[in-house]
Design a protein around this ligand. Structure first.
Ligand code: IPE
Ligand code: IPE
Ligand code: MG
Length: 248
């Protein structure tokens, strides 16, 4: 059996043959990380973007099939414009880099969320990365951008209703699987493990439908401080859970 042992002794063993297929992360705590250092919030977002690079690369090395990250929620528009602008600039920078390295890493990227309110150049970058991804079959990274779980469900309900009105679907035959096909995550298996750093014990409108049977892992570590060892801790905790799905 293949095991991964982290550098620090206290990091538990992770069985690489029984990894969750899909890990989702609420990348939270950037603002508090910056505040503790007397830095502006945007410095926290920049540090968080670095952590995302490290964790996404590590997830691929470990052999995870899907990594979904919450980058910007439908509620995050409430923040001051300069903070929102700083986050969007970081995303743009990341996507430029990703386009450079995707061919080497064979990482697929997809976006969950309504991209229409984003600046045209950022939207074009998202489309370009998705287009390039079509040629790859490696680890798939889903970036939730202007994403809200309830918004996703309402959009899916609308799209399904329209299909019914136009005769493409029949409400009497709607199944959970078929409804899942109307979500941003269509074709992606549900997350097995949802990780939230930063000490908050809530899901903040993340993957409302998809995480119905996910295992949750909460940690006080702020996202910019989240390390490979922290991911291993979460994976080890997951491997100690008993997933019963209502059975015995
Ligand atoms: C997460 O960090 C990043 C986004 C929500 C875009 P926060 O900015 O929410 O950090 P805290 O929660 O204020 O520390
Ligand atoms: C959730 O974090 C959204 C992202 C990490 C993108 P928030 O910081 O927005 O969530 P709340 O406000 O603590 O619920
Ligand atoms: Mg937060």
């Amino acid at each position: 059996m293949a095991f991964f042992r982290g550098r620090r002794a206290e990091v538990p063993k992770v069985d690489l043959e029984h990894l969750p297929r899909h890990v989702a992360i609420i990348m939270d705590g950037n603002g508090r990380w910056a505040k503790r250092r007397g830095l502006p919030r945007r410095a926290g977002h920049a540090a968080g973007a670095e952590t995302f690079r490290t964790i996404a690369t590590f997830a691929k090395e470990l052999g995870l099939e899907y990594l979904t990250v919450y980058a910007f929620s439908t509620e995050n528009w409430k923040r001051p414009k300069d903070e929102v602008d700083a986050i969007m600039r970081l995303l743009e920078k990341y996507l430029h880099e990703a386009i450079e390295t995707m061919a080497r890493d064979k990482v697929k990227m997809a976006f969950f969320g309504d991209l229409s309110p984003l600046a045209a150049n950022l939207r074009a970058l998202c489309r370009e990365t998705e287009e390039i991804s079509k040629g790859y079959d490696g680890c798939q990274v889903n970036i939730c951008l202007n994403y809200g779980g309830r918004d996703e469900l309402v959009r899916a309900a609308k799209a399904f209703a329209l299909d019914c009105v136009e005769g493409r679907a029949d409400p009497c035959h709607l199944t959970e699987d078929a409804f899942g096909g109307y979500l941003y995550s269509a074709g992606v298996p549900d997350p097995d493990l949802v990780i939230r750093p930063s000490g908050e014990i809530r899901t903040s409108n993340f993957l409302v439908w998809q995480s119905a049977y996910a295992e949750f892992y909460f940690t006080d570590v702020l996202w910019p401080d989240f390390s490979k060892e922290d991911l291993l801790r979460a994976l080890a905790a997951y491997q100690n859970r008993s997933r019963r799905y209502g059975g015995v």
